[in-house]
Design a protein around this ligand. Sequence first.
Ligand SMILES: [Zn+2]
Ligand SMILES: [Zn+2]
Length: 916
Amino acid sequence: MKIFIDNNLLIWFKRVYFLFLILKKGKIENIDNFIYRGDFVSWDHKTIRNTFLEYFENKNHKVLKSYSLIPDNDPSLLFVAAGMVPFKAEFSGKVKPMYTRVATCQKCFRMDDIDNVGYTLRHHTFFEMLGNFSFGDYFKKESIHYAWDLLTNVYKLDPRKLWVSVHIQDDEAEEIWKNIISKDKIVRLEDNFWGPAGLTGPCGPSTEIFFENFYCSNSNCKPGYECLECEKKERFIEIWNIVFTQYFKNEKGELLDLPQKNIDTGMGLERLTRILQNKSNQYYTDLFYPILSKIEQFIEKDIEKVYQNFNLQFELSNYLSKRDIYLNIVADHLRGAVFLISDGVIPSNEGRGYVLRKLIRRAILYSKFLGILKEFSHEIVDSVVEIFKDVYPEVQLRSDFSKKVLNSEEKAFLKNISKGISYFNSIKQELIQNNIKIIDGKKAFYLYDTLGFPLELTMELAKNNSLQVNIDEFHKEMETQRIKSRQNKNDIKVFSINKEFKTEFIGYNKINYEGKIIGILKINPDKTLELVNEISSENIQDDIILITDITPFYPEAGGQVGDKGIIYNDNFKFEVKDTQKHVEGFIFHIGKLNGYLKLGDQVYLEVDFYKRKLTAIHHTATHLLHSALRKILGSHAYQAGSLVDYDRLRFDFTHFQALTDIELKNIEDLVNEKILKELDVLIEYKPLNVALQEGAIALFTEKYPENVRTVKIVDKDFISYELCAGTHVKNTSFIGTFKILSEKSLQLGVRRIEAVCNLSLLPIFNKFSYILNDLTSLTNTDVDKIKNYISKLIEESKNLKQNLINIKKKYYQLCINQTNLFSKNVFNFNLLEEDDLLLVHDLIKTKNPLYFGIYYVENLNKYIFIFNQNNNDELMQLFNRYNLKLINLGSYKKVVINDSKIYDEIITQIKLKIAT
Ligand SMILES: [Zn+2]
Ligand SMILES: [Zn+2]
């Protein structure tokens, strides 16, 4: 079966077919349908991207690189889902834009359309969006003209094939279009309104440009019209959406006028590529095709066997009709997963990590439908890299890591996949027998919680079998589980106030300075903030926040903790417990006030020198550690989290197995060597792209300004070069000593190292030496000999224990031989300790397997019965009558009686029983 028809063949076939139509109908009315797409120009995806960016560069736009898929500082969004997302602050007017005209090709990720992926041929989870933006610069007229000019004169799309829509109330946009395109190609639609991305944000009316894919004889057939003749064949492909961002939607849902009017446009690269490359769907473009053909290589010849192996039901007709859909889904999801991993997302059970996990598991499940037996997902990475390495270098940089993540996630899921499918089949069987169509939520939750099937997978399996899942019940189960494991998180870092402050940070060079109070904030119990003009410690118990016009205090950032210290004048003393940077950029000093202060007061600001210096030492050491890890473990060892404090550092990084003692020692030695070598720490400011080109390490999760601060430490075979705003020592020798304290796993693929430097080692050293001193004096030995001494003690105590057991065994054996109180199957004697129960039990068992034992534990004053359940129904009834709890003990039952009266009664009955 040949799936991919050669494109030129297709074009020629169409032409012949067209000639046939002319001959048949005898008229030429649709000639454009067959020769419109610039057949002879080759538009590869790189040319399409570059053409767009160059076009807008020539129109005075600043071309910026794509931002990470992980939005910076925006808790309302999981992923960047549109080209404008990284500029939300600029659009809302909160931040003064560095450029008023910008163009990007932005990586985007959406889960909203995941159910359509593969089925519609135009939806994707990961996709790229071409966009030009104006922040208070040009507006409707220019944006429409640019779009038209680029599409028709540069990409050379036939203008006769283009249609547009405008918002139903937007006369202005329609007037502009009327001068470009005939009136009957303009439609006014209610839903031409975009945004906001998330709950609040900029939004406004839009105009959309459509490409007409084929001719339709119905004169009503226009964008936004449900045409019966065309059915769902997508006559119009929406290619470009231009949003006239003129409103801001607030928390109440109100539309407020933005102070400046903006332009936000988005053109799906995949769709444009499909049109320019003349393909019938996006999976056949060069953005996907190599991935599809790679996946195909893994499909087994004997597909039925694969289905059997995973307990799936095979039907040839169903397989043939769905095969391409499965293939598209697997390709889309694995491509998306590689991009997420490259931007630092790691599979987990919450947030972004869970989305990635779902995506990978869906890909694996569909690969089974497709007929793939073996682990394969990691083998697809290289074909993704091959397509995108020149555009998104991070995909290549992290390709080894992507392979490991995909493979380990696939392995973990494969262990459960056939179990899960069998479990699902058994549910299905049960439902069919009872004529029920809905899977109960508890069972779906079991699949999720125990077998690792995300709800979406269970729903997918249900859909394939015309069943539904009780989702409400599933979520109830989930919530119950969550409540059980919830931890109290008390984060007060997200402050919001409606006033702008400007604090100049001078802390890189100075730690003492004079400033002026420009903001005083009370923290209310509900964590909201209140601005006040003056404050006295007499009426205030809690911490307050001070803002000054200038400060040497470093606010927490990039893992480095905020500075501590004091702010004071003659009237007050303020103990700074923490320094934080507000989202808008100004600096909060948080702490406790003693005295009286008011706005405008001149104050002294004094950072705690000791803590600041030790923090800088730990920060520089963190950079050395990061480079050492990459040198010794490989470049996949990437920062996943960092904490820099004055008394320790903590560094989380991506790596797949525990570090060996030798690796740890090598890392420690390498860092200490760089300390001993007295290397200068060079701090420079330079344009972001220059720093990145020079190989500076940036965190993909951070959004950097155009001009960045870099920290560089160089030796002949070693370089540490990072974008970093933290405080550092001037020379590595200041670090003094670096010591790793621990290394452990944080989650799949992420490890954590804790280390200390310099004087902060002293308290730890002291603690250990006190313990050692205690041990040596207690054992009366030298430090050198203490290990031997303790090993010997342990050995001796083991032997003593064994001897004791042997003696006990002999003792009990004697007892057993002498004790035969009621009959030969009933033993009764005193235990020295309750722990001896099993020991005696075993001894008796060898003598007579059908025994019944009664033990008395002297030191606890309790009675224990042991008996074989199978042979003692009457005894069971007896115990039941007294409401005595039966405890399982392997194949035996145990009953404990603390009440001697009950014991006497039971014994009397047993004696009676034996007598009869
Ligand atoms: Zn139609
Ligand atoms: Zn740093």
